[in-house]
Design a protein around this ligand. Structure first.
Ligand SMILES: Cc1cc2nc3c(=O)[nH]c(=O)nc-3n(C[C@H](O)[C@H](O)[C@H](O)COP(=O)(O)OP(=O)(O)OC[C@H]3O[C@@H](n4cnc5c(N)ncnc54)[C@H](O)[C@@H]3O)c2cc1C
Length: 523
């Protein structure tokens, strides 16, 4: 146990009066009182002691019980988070925010948390959309953003090693100075998304079709696991030395440990870009054109196919002079290869009645790729909305799209539910559908609004799973999708639960996420 003099007078006051408890948002999004908290009379004393122990590790100024800081650390960009704030409803916050600066400090924090059996909820930029940072059982909100240093740029191997809390856009700016890029540009690039958060949630960026998702860019990670041990995966990801620990940490969303460092693959900045825009008579024709491009291994940096509803939105947002099903393609690389790639794409699409719309719409799309997320363009309460993105093989894509559109628009017709979709990340075997439901006006009663949100998600995910899809491609699971993990994985979920139980026997790491349930402790 780390002990020492009270490090900082700023730690007190404690966040709540004795006897007062924070509420909890359940998987279904309803608020309830927590059930497993320590008896209230002891709580302030334990919390004070915990704060002093943590302050001795990170410095008292980096431990806070300020209610506003606690709320900020718990929020993310999920609809639930936005809605609770919009309606000024109670929020499931941690008891303390702790801001470490080094792996050694994270190790000590997790050791202390294990001794107290107190939950630890890591947080990067808080740009997640799945309620992953909600502190359902209180405990420590572990703010990783002080761990924001570039440790090494290996220009020979094209690898950068960073602390996990670095903001992806800040890293990118630094790399660009040396003519390099880490080709992971999520829509949240300027919302503070960190490299640790991108790995923890298996994120994807705009140019993933060519360069891969976050998990494909990672070579090695360092992580801290309970009860305070630092581990490293192998220096390179491709080996024949047993199962893949790297990919087990990736996507674990803080439920197995804290990612503290990562070595990520780099690319030289592309010499040239080429823009292609195509119209299609139907979404099916566009899907088949995308398939032809991918299976023939002409791999664009980005390829987006918008259905009519989504293309109408994009067209008005970017002031494009197009209508109907739209595909935008961005090629990048050596100038010398651009003509050949463009010719190959045009030839492959010809059989699908493609109309050449020139470079303009695709170029405007590239320039305006972060526009859809700006205030005023992005959906917000009182709307009820959800990005129910899914991913499937080519053979299932058109059927899956049609089934989800039907589910949202027909089964929720009484609410005027709308559905939009674009196919945004492509693989050699299929593609991701970035689709959304919208109900323009949430029911006035918060319980009803939360229940409608849950029902829309239930229906959307059930339709994905029944039509060859999965619960999602790259937004992670968090609290929001935890209830679908068991149905999706079936018996295999028991293996995941076994890994969780072995790595985190007290269940203190981000409890309640990924479908793993409550901590085992009586915190
Ligand atoms: C406008 C907008 C656009 C978006 N576009 C995209 C997109 O294009 N692609 C995409 O993939 N996502 C997108 N997202 C979702 C989100 O940005 C990503 O999931 C991002 O990777 C989260 O990073 P973060 O640092 O903000 O993580 P946070 O939101 O802080 O955390 C996300 C989860 O990861 C865990 N976590 C965070 N850091 C660590 C760590 N160091 N160790 C262990 N666990 C950790 C948290 O506990 C939480 O469960 C978007 C979000 C918004 C708001």
């Amino acid at each position: 146990m780390l002990t020492g003099p009270h490090p900082d007078p700023h730690i007190a006051p404690l966040p709540r009066a004795a006897g007062e408890e924070s509420s909890v948002v359940t998987e279904e999004g309803r608020t309830t009182a927590p059930t497993n908290r320590r008896p209230t009379g002891q709580r302030p004393y334990v919390l004070g002691q915990l704060a002093r122990d943590l302050g001795a590790v990170v410095g008292g100024e980096h431990v806070s019980a300020d209610p506003q800081a606690l709320t900020e650390q718990s929020t993310d960009w999920s609809w639930m988070s936005q809605y609770l704030q919009y309606r000024d409803l109670p929020f499931p916050t941690a008891d303390l925010v702790v801001r470490p600066d080094s792996t050694a400090e994270v190790e000590a924090i997790v050791r202390i948390a294990s001794e107290y059996r107190v939950p630890v909820v890591p947080r990067g930029g808080g740009s997640g959309t799945q309620g992953g940072t909600f502190a359902l059982y209180g405990g420590i909100a572990l703010d990783m953003t002080r761990m924001n240093r570039i440790i090494e740029i290996d220009e020979q191997s094209l690898v950068v090693t960073v602390q996990a809390g670095i903001d992806g856009s800040v890293l990118e700016q630094e790399l660009n100075k040396s003519g390099l890029t880490m080709p992971h540009y999520p829509g949240s690039h300027f919302f503070g998304a960190t490299i640790g958060g991108s790995l923890a949630a298996r994120g994807s960026g705009v140019v993933s079709t060519k360069y891969g998702k976050a998990e494909d860019l990672a070579l090695q990670i360092e992580a801290v696991v309970p009860p305070g041990r630092t581990v490293r995966t192998l220096p390179i990801p491709n080996h024949a030395a047993g199962p893949d620990l790297l990919q087990t940490f990736i996507g674990s969303e803080g439920t197995l440990g804290v990612i503290t460092e990562a070595a990520m693959r780099l690319e030289p900045l592309p010499e040239a870009r080429r823009f292609i825009s195509l119209g299609f008579p139907t979404i099916e024709a566009g899907i088949d054109a995308g398939r032809q491009i991918m299976v023939n291994r002409v791999v664009p940096a980005a390829m987006r196919l918008y259905d009519e509803a989504d293309s109408a939105k994009l067209t008005s947002m970017l002031d494009l002079d197009t209508s109907g099903v739209l595909m935008v393609i961005v090629l990048d690389g050596a100038e010398a290869s651009m003509d050949l790639e463009q010719q190959a794409i045009m030839a492959l699409c010809a059989g699908n009645d493609a109309t050449d719309l020139g470079s303009g719409p695709a170029e405007s799309w590239w320039e305006g790729k972060y526009e859809p997320f700006k205030e005023g363009n992005a959906p917000a309460p009182p709307q009820v909305f959800g990005t129910t993105d899914t991913c499937a093989r080519f053979a299932d894509l058109a059927g899956l799209y049609a089934a989800k559109k039907r589910t949202v628009e027909e089964d929720f017709a009484e609410y005027g539910a709308r559905y939009t979709a674009h196919f945004s990340h492509w693989y050699p075997w299929g593609a991701m559908i970035y689709d959304r439901f919208y109900v323009d006006e949430a029911p006035a009663d918060p319980d009803e609004a939360l229940a409608l949100h849950d029902r829309l998600w239930d229906a959307a995910v059930a339709t994905s799973l029944a039509n060859g899809g999965i619960i999602n491609d790259h937004h992670g699971v968090g609290l929001k999708l935890g209830r679908f993990m068991r149905p999706q994985y079936g018996e295999a979920f028991t293996l995941m639960q076994a890994i969780k139980d072995a790595w985190d026997p007290d269940g203190i790491m981000n409890p309640g996420k990924l479908g793993f349930g409550a901590p085992r402790s009586g915190w």
